[in-house]
Design a protein around this ligand. Structure first.
Ligand code: C2E
Ligand code: MG
Ligand code: MG
Length: 765
């Protein structure tokens, strides 16, 4: 068995899948961004820390410079005193040096003359024994006129290693001459190292002063100073191939590098020259500390990112859930009939398509229709109409068996799927259902007679691939074929109907082209006035025929209901009016005795905006006097829209057209309506005579109606009269005009011209 198409309720599922997919993609994007960010953050941290260390190096370099400048300027100040006092007065000099040492400016201060002999005072030793210092580099440099700052030197008096500051001393009285001596100040390495900032990175880092060969000269000390063992000492730097650093140091450039010590620990070093000797400041930070800091920040970033991702996931889940719920609600609303709460066509279609067990010859589709419902709705209002529909829905719902379906399609149309073993069972079940509906809706206070009707169709394997909506549409066709199905409560929709429906669809497919190709032809049927001694031609009815090269000659009974349903009838009616005018023009031009021609107007026309204007335009185009055109409106329109009809008929008559009520006696209108309608002619339908003509009561009714119509001033036309005896009878009852096979069938225009517009025949004579 071929699979039927998936039900439409699958729609929300598709949308849920899309949401899930978007959800997954969203998560993936978050993960990628997260990892991307971690790399970037780590890189950023490293470079900003490098910059920070660079700044520390610059600040420290300035501070070391300031300390050295300070020490040198203290010595310069003292040199002025040395010269001003008697340079030979060693006692007063020693006293002055002692004061300087006591002030803490230096550990030791002394004066060396140009021969290298020196005196001095030391905080530990006191007055130094006389000694010759001529071989000392700082003495030679100062005697050459330069300020001098030494690297750490061993103490010649077995004291602490120190850093020596030396400045030249000039004889102020003999300006411009060579230095007469050297003033020397010594500071212990420890004291000098104390001036370097110790509180670096919570004691994890330290600062060195190194020379261009990488020898560490001084290192920051103090409470917060780096307390760990420094595996990278002078040897390390020199022994390892820190090529870039070595190059930088040799060239006096600043830079940074990472070095690994013997114990495997690595350090991040930033260095820069300080402008004194070949000295550099280097700021050293263990990579472990850097990585630990990095890790902390990264961890914080990851925690934050995970938190954001979790929030996003929770939010998305909430959105997804809400969306899912509203989609379900929407889907539910889209599948429910607003008024009755039962399934609508979409839901029926969906459920029907999901079933594969319906084509076993035991399932039937049943379409319900309420005859007269639209009029009931018009007369008693929408609210009453709605409550009537609701009670029908309730009755039908109650009758539903297990796995049977029910839906309200539109208005008063309900579609049901039932399961029965035999056709007899179907019939009896539907009859009792129709009875229940009729007794329920017939018992309301309006006493308006609405009759329920249904069309049943037994499904077979041939329907497996068919669209249930199209089947239901076809099942509605018999409801419109009132002439052939009037009064039937259950119509069994069979193969013949199916064939009809197929043909109807074919007709719809080719109708427009057919009209353009003028395949529609006007036939004319004569109307004879029977009041005189012999019948006299008094009119003709233009009746459409479709001479289709594909379908053959198609009768209006077949295609007019289809055209009425799809609105095409409007164009056919205008076409027929024009055909009638063309013929009248020819007859007039040929000097023949013309009679008014009746043209049928479908109910559709009644609601078109400019009906009168359009009719006038066509008729006037051929110069036809308006009194030669009679427009026929069927009785059923009277019942459906009396106000509209009266208005249209009045306007047409005001413009000189004639108006006829067609098919009187086939609808449900009461005779009382006749006093309101402004018609010239009433056409009694053949069905009106039918069997009545044979019974006494029937004959009495007929004669009564004909007399009534005559008394109200209508022209009475008896339609469909086939035998002469009927014609004679009608004449006797006072009927004015006869249209029927007794005079002629509808014939092509040329034939009509030849047969009926020639000198009048005396058929009844
Ligand atoms: P109608 O307007 O009531 O037309 C009269 C119908 O009775 C015609 O059927 C005609 O052929 C038939 N008839 C006339 N005399 C006799 C008779 O002695 N015995 C029998 N058995 N029938 C007779 P026709 O031409 O098949 O038209 C059927 C209906 O189609 C028309 O009924 C009319 O309602 C509709 N129709 C025809 N042409 C047009 C048109 O141009 N526009 C519209 N809107 N409807 C049209
Ligand atoms: Mg007619
Ligand atoms: Mg008629």
């Amino acid at each position: 068995m071929p699979a039927r198409k998936a039900p439409d309720t699958a729609l929300p599922r598709n949308s849920a899948t899309t949401t899930l997919f978007a959800f997954a993609v969203g998560l993936l994007v978050i993960a990628v961004v997260l990892f991307g960010c971690i790399g970037v953050i780590s890189q950023e941290l490293k470079s900003s820390l490098g910059l920070f260390m660079q700044e520390i190096a610059e600040v420290e370099s300035a501070s070391v410079n300031a300390v050295i400048e300070d020490k040198l300027s203290v010595l310069h100040g003292a040199s002025a005193f040395v010269v001003a006092e008697n340079i030979e007065d060693s006692d007063s000099l020693i006293e002055h040096f002692r004061e300087m040492v006591d002030s803490g400016a230096f550990m030791r201060v002394g004066l060396v003359n140009s021969e290298g002999d020196g005196i001095g005072y030391d905080s530990r030793i006191g007055v130094l024994p006389e000694n010759n210092y001529a071989d000392r580099a700082y003495v030679q440099a100062a005697l050459d006129g330069k300020n001098y700052v030494s690297e750490p030197l061993e103490d010649s008096w077995e004291g602490e290693p120190g850093i020596v500051f030396a400045v030249p001393v000039y004889d102020v009285k003999h300006r411009g001459g060579d230095p007469i001596g050297v003033l020397v100040g010594t500071l212990s390495v420890a004291a000098f190292s104390d001036t370097i900032d110790a509180s670096l990175f919570e004691g994890h880092g330290h600062i060195d002063i190194i020379n261009s060969e990488g020898t560490i000269l001084f290192r920051s000390t103090g409470e917060n100073a780096y307390g760990g063992t420094d595996a990278i000492g002078q040897d390390d730097i020199q022994a390892r191939s820190f090529e870039q650093m070595k190059e930088d140091l040799a060239g006096g450039w600043k830079g940074s590098t990472t070095v690994t010590g013997d114990d495997g620990s690595s350090r991040f070093i930033v260095y820069q020259p300080i402008g004194i000797n070949d000295w550099f400041i280097d700021v050293v930070l263990p990579s472990d500390y850097l990585e630990a800091k990095n890790r902390t920040v990264l961890l914080a970033s990851i925690v934050m990112a995970v938190f954001i991702a979790c929030t996003a996931i929770v939010l998305m889940a909430v959105v997804f859930r809400t969306k899912n719920r509203s989609e379900k609600a929407l889907a539910h609303a889209a599948l429910e009939d607003d008024l009755t709460g039962i399934d609508n066509a979409l839901a029926f279609d969906s459920k029907f398509n999901a079933r594969s067990d319906l084509f076993d010859g035991k399932h039937s589709l049943v379409l319900f229709n309420l005859v007269g419902f639209s009029l009931y709705n018009t007369i008693f209002g929408y609210e009453k109409g709605s409550s009537l529909i609701k009670s029908v829905a309730e009755i039908l719902t109650r009758s539903l068996g297990r796995a049977e379906l029910l839906a309200r399609l539109t208005g008063d149309r309900f579609l049901m799927l039932i399961r029965t073993e035999t056709l007899d069972e179907t019939q009896s079940r539907l009859l009792s259902l129709l009875d229940s509906i009729d007794s329920a809706i017939g018992s309301d206070e309006t006493h308006y007679q609405i009759v329920s009707q249904c069309c049943a169709y037994r499904l077979s394997t041939a329907d497996e691939e068919k669209d249930v909506n199209l089947i239901a549409q076809d099942m509605a066709i018999p409801f419109r074929q009132t002439k052939s199905h009037a009064g039937k409560r259950i119509i069994f929709y069979d193969e013949q109907n199916v064939a009809c429906a197929m043909r109807a669809r074919h007709i719809e497919g080719i109708m427009s082209t057919a009209l353009l190709k003028e395949e529609f032809v006007a036939y004319f049927q004569p109307q004879y006035d029977i009041r005189g001694d012999r019948p006299v031609l008094c009119g003709a009815e233009a009746l459409v025929r479709w001479n289709s090269p594909v379908l053959g000659l198609v009768r209006p009974d077949e295609f007019i209901p289809i055209f009425e349903k799809n609105g095409f009838v409007d164009r056919v009616d205008r076409y027929m009016l024009e055909r009638a005018c063309i013929r009248l023009r020819q007859w007039m031009d040929a000097g023949l005795r013309c009679v008014p021609v009746s043209v049928n107007l479908s109910r559709q026309n009644l609601f078109s905006a400019d009906l009168i204007g359009r009719i006038e335009k066509i008729v006037d185009a051929y110069g036809i006097p308006h009194s030669f055109i009679k427009l026929e409106l069927t009785e059923s329109i009277v019942a459906e829209s009396t106000v509209q009809l009266v208005e249209t008929a009045s306007k047409l008559r005001q413009r000189g057209f004639k108006v006829a009520m067609d098919d009187f006696g086939t609808g449900y209108s009461a005779l009382s309506i006749l006093k309101d309608v402004p018609f010239d002619t009433i056409k009694l339908d053949r069905a009106f005579f039918g069997e009545s003509i044979d019974s006494e009561r029937g004959r009495t009714t007929l004669t009564g109606v004909i007399r009534l119509l005559d008394a109200l001033g209508f022209e009475t036309v008896a339609e469909g009269i086939e035998s002469e005896s009927e014609a004679v009878q009608l004449k006797a009852w006072g009927c004015h005009v006869i249209q029927g096979f007794v005079f002629d069938r509808p014939v092509p225009a040329d034939e009509f011209t030849k047969k009926h517009l020639e000198p009048a025949q005396d058929d009844l004579a």
